[in-house]
Design a protein around this ligand. Structure first.
Ligand code: UDP
Length: 478
């Protein structure tokens, strides 16, 4: 029997983009709503240690009980064509027995299992252990709408029309999805993705890392579909934006350099934890930044041809040499106004620095939310996963970003266009409305998260459901 406040188990699938928001969710459930939390982490990396996990978020780590499940190895089951989504789902599948044992071994059995969106197969463990089952979508509501709607679509008529005839995909009550923007796993008709959509709809509740003011129409549609008897058959709770917290005492060369630049003068350029560009695109980007004459910090990776997600799931990728794949003389010519950082930079701290005025981003959803919370307008440069949908949410639905008409997957974006986009976001009059929108959204986001705000209240409702379940279990046990 549980006494006091209920305990919930959270499950994070492999990848920083999942672990970071799951830890933040755990932190908020505990510190704002008193729910005790155990976080289970799936990994395929046998060398990943508790101390490395701790580095992801010390604050979350100190508060929460974090359990690293035994590493899983799916290398024998995959080949070059296996998508990242399928690989993650396979790893979650392999981790299910150790998850079940680990939950059974907890001193106080958790009342609910909250899994991130790639780990819905773990609902079977929740069912077996009679726990509530929740899913946490670490992306936006529009992507959730596509995902839960996908299994409902008629294979031949709707999917065929979108995939073969490239017509926009209609989702009840939401903006339709352009063929060019559609999630790549939908277009490939990956059955793992469609299964996730079906499983998400069986949850007791769906948490989304967004907030009401960001996606009002989509959220209304998602909660309204229930009345029409359509999926998702569960309440949708916008509880974001939850992002990695800034470490105030962190020191790095990039932060020291930023400290010497004027307010709002620096464009930060990064393609997330896994994004890579081709050699030609890397050259064009270098020239575009140089020609713009705007200050920049660029997190640069060695070019890779035809694989924009080349470093996803490769935690150990490293490159400490100064890059020789940049145009000759680039580092010298830009040394007075640019800083090139190999592989990885402290992004949360950089984006919150007052010297940052723009972000050229692959628009992974965590990066997008970090930008919004710091009122930084963006140039969106989607590479893989659901990023093309994120780019449209940011540039078209919300108006906090600009983008090239040419998607990076369609060809090389040229230096003159890059130069123009950088200048538009940083200094040109044309970018004023976008900069103003970014400032406005930051205050909406902060309000949503503060006590009594929409996201705060949504998470309070989830916590209430956990308490009700605990009380009814206790009543049965009496
Ligand atoms: N990140 C970072 N430094 C880097 C690149 C990424 O700290 O050089 C962090 C970033 O702040 C974000 C996460 O890694 O919290 C990336 O998540 P996102 O959803 O944006 O993209 P993904 O990497 O999952 O594609």
């Amino acid at each position: 029997m549980q006494t006091g406040k209920p305990r919930a188990a959270l499950l994070a699938s492999p990848g920083m983009g999942h672990l970071i928001p799951v830890l933040e969710l755990g932190k908020r459930l505990l510190s704002h709503h008193g729910i005790n939390i155990t976080v289970f982490v799936v990994t395929g990396d046998a060398s990943l240690s508790q101390s490395q996990l701790r580095k992801v978020s010390e604050a979350a780590y100190d508060l929460l009980d974090v359990v690293l499940l035994s590493p899983v190895d799916v290398s024998g089951q995959i080949d070059k064509t296996t998508s990242i989504l399928t690989q993650i789902a396979m790893m979650v599948h392999e981790a299910l027995p150790s998850l079940q044992s680990a939950i059974l071994a907890t001193e106080v059995p958790p009342i609910a299992l909250v899994v991130d969106m790639f780990a819905t197969e773990a609902f079977s463990v929740a069912e077996e252990l009679m726990m509530l089952k929740y899913v946490f979508i670490t992306s936006n509501a529009w992507f959730l709408a596509l995902t839960v709607h996908a299994p409902n679509l008629d294979n031949e008529v709707d999917q065929g029309d979108h995939i073969n005839n490239q017509r926009p995909l209609l989702i009840p009550g939401c903006e339709s999805v352009r063929f060019l923007d559609c999630f790549e796993q939908f277009l490939r008709q990956n059955e793992v993705y469609f299964r996730m959509g079906t499983e998400i709809s069986t949850a007791d509740g769906i948490l989304v890392n967004t907030f009401h003011e960001l996606e009002p129409q989509t959220l209304a549609a998602l909660n309204g579909t229930r009345k029409l008897g359509l999926v998702p058959n569960a309440p949708v709770y916008p509880i974001g934006p939850l992002v990695r917290p800034v470490q105030p005492d962190l020191r790095s060369d990039a932060l020291s350099w930023l400290g010497m630049q004027p307010t709002g003068s620096v464009m930060y350029v990064s393609f997330g934890s896994g994004g890579t560009l081709s050699a030609e695109q890397t050259t064009e980007l270098a020239w575009g930044l140089e020609k713009s004459q705007q200050r920049f910090i660029w997190v640069v990776r060695p070019p890779v041809e035809n694989d924009s997600a080349a470093t996803v799931l490769k935690r150990n990728s490293s490159c400490t040499d100064f890059p020789d794949y940049l145009p000759e003389g680039f580092l010298n010519r830009t040394s007075k106004y640019g800083l090139v950082v190999p592989m990885w930079a402290p992004q949360a701290e950089i984006l919150s620095h007052p010297s940052i005025g723009g972000f050229l981003s692959h628009c992974g959803w965590n990066s997008s939310l970090e930008s919004i919370l710091n009122s930084v307008p963006m140039i969106v440069w989607p590479l893989y996963a659901e990023q093309k949908m994120n780019a449209t949410v940011l540039a078209k639905h919300i108006g906090v970003a600009i983008r090239s008409e040419l998607l990076p997957s369609q060809g090389v974006i040229g230096r003159s266009e890059i130069e123009a986009m950088v200048r538009k976001i940083m200094v040109d009059k044309e970018g004023e409305a976008i900069r103003a929108k970014a400032t406005m959204l930051k205050s909406c986001a902060e309000k949503a998260l503060s006590k009594g705000g929409s996201s705060y209240n949504a998470l309070a409702n989830v916590a209430k459901d956990f308490e009700i379940r605990m009380q009814s279990q206790n009543a049965k046990a009496d």
